[in-house]
Design a protein around this ligand. Structure first.
Ligand code: GRF
Length: 190
């Protein structure tokens, strides 16, 4: 069984995909805690509805990225987390965090990495006029959206797509991909 902690900053639809898969026994995992760097985001409500402890650690309360990361590590360790999922978490983690959970942090990104890293991946795809983009789940290393790839799905870009329409099509595949990637890790670590 995977002992998960999920870091979020926003809507939390990928978190919801994990919570649903666990509830429906499509994923052998337990989400021990959800941590947000922003108060009042929908992801926190999703955690509470699922009976998962939801903690806010506002990054602005800390004088440095390292101090913030130390607090995250403390909260995750205290909850018994072994694998950390970044699901729309909008902060870059420092070596303080990555060394504490070495090889045990994964991220989901709305492009076929290594194409279109960083923010605004959907807009980047539209600006380049690619006909196919997709989503990626990968292990996190010190770079931004780099690190070994676990799983990917391709998604077509359609004529007339906007950032909104492409984002929605990608998110649907992200939700399936997230569960697929976690199941792969669960199988490999069993
Ligand atoms: C997703 O597109 C994810 O790939 C990116 O941020 C978005 C988070 O969406 N890293 P949600 O909060 O899971 O709904």
């Amino acid at each position: 069984m995977l002992d998960l902690g999920v870091l979020v900053s926003g809507s939390g639809t990928n978190l919801q995909a994990i919570l649903d898969a666990v509830a429906e026994r499509r994923l052998d995992a337990r989400v021990h805690v959800v941590v947000s760097n922003k108060p009042g985001v929908p992801a926190l409500d999703r955690a509470e509805r699922a009976g998962v402890p939801a903690v806010v650690v506002p990054h602005r309360d800390f004088s440095s990225r390292e101090e913030f990361d130390r607090k995250l590590v403390e909260v995750l360790r205290a909850a018994g987390v072994k694998l950390v999922v970044l699901a729309g978490f909008m902060r870059v983690l420092t070596p303080v965090f990555l060394q504490a959970f070495a090889g045990r942090v994964i991220n989901i990104h709305p492009s076929l990495l290594p194409a279109f890293p960083g923010v605004g991946a959907q807009g980047q795809a539209l600006a380049h006029g690619v006909k196919v983009t997709g989503c990626t789940v990968h292990y996190v290393d010190a770079g931004v959206d780099t690190g070994p790839i676990i799983a990917q799905r391709a998604v077509p870009v359609l004529d007339g797509d906007t950032v909104e329409s492409l984002t929605a099509r990608l998110l649907e595949q992200e939700h399936a991909l997230m569960v697929e990637a976690l199941n792969r890790i669960a199988t490999e670590s069993a």
